[in-house]
Design a protein around this ligand. Sequence first.
Ligand SMILES: [Zn+2]
Length: 336
Amino acid sequence: MTSDRYSIGVDLGGTNLRISAYRETSSHSGTITDSIGLPTRVADGPLAVVDDMGNAILGLLDKHGRGEDFAGVGLGTPGPLELPEGVLRHLPNFPGFDGFPLRDALQEKIAAPVVIESDANLAALAEFRLGSGKTYGVSSLCMLTLGTGVGNGIILDGKIFDGNNGMAGEAGHNTVVPDGEDCACGSKGCLELYASATGVQRMAAASRAMRGEGKAGGDSAMLTARHIAEYALAGDEYALTVFARVGTALGIGIGALVNTLNLPLYVVGGGMSAAWDLFAPRMMEELRMRSYVYRLTAPDAEQAAGRSPRKTHVVRAELGSDAGILGACLLPLMPE
Ligand SMILES: [Zn+2]
């Protein structure tokens, strides 16, 4: 294994832009050596955003060089996007970016190779190489990232599974409630409507409205998912019900993934995974009921401690909010 190579990763978010240099010491370790944070100038259009990320990358290239140890630039964006061309498709928080050839524009600006992927796939890659994938010693995993929406990334035999058009891993838009709420994707009852932070807020607001009270004092105040989790931890019955619904939705969603993929590891990450203890018991109960593949392959208590790779493990992500940028840094370092 070549050691001591370096890469540059870019995490393009709707609010923040992060650019980091990463030095690899082995395939399963390395460190971020520099990090630049900027606001994402979405309103100024795609060229302004490319300028900002390009200038930051050029600064890092000046500092670290373009020698043989430089592996390239990895760029993570919200999906969906077309791969390998790296053309953006209908990003909800990026008006005016539809059809923009992001990878080519950035390559031209910095005169260096750029590999692009969706941020959920990159979080899965980071978790595979540096987090629970490493802990469990597996070569494949499926990750759900619970944030504003529900991202999904699949690693098969050590590589990101992109699908035919780069659009594999959209399990956040699998139906878990047939006649459920309308989703921005055009469907109804998608997993992300019940298992995202936004979904928790919506369900909590609906249950508060139903009992005609505003627990935070002002009924116009929209509680954050974190506040609702605090109420649940304090024993608030309605808040507990909301997280039980999160667990049910995840159990149905993950059950379908286990039945379809039969992978050894399913990882739940993202900001909402902090509420793991609130939704996981219901999630595991639902998963057992929905997936006979899970029942046949679930670790018993002793095997869970032994992390048998022949079993199906469902775990909380080990990496926190750095998963996206780490995945972007790892992407150019991946074997072809
Ligand atoms: Zn949807």
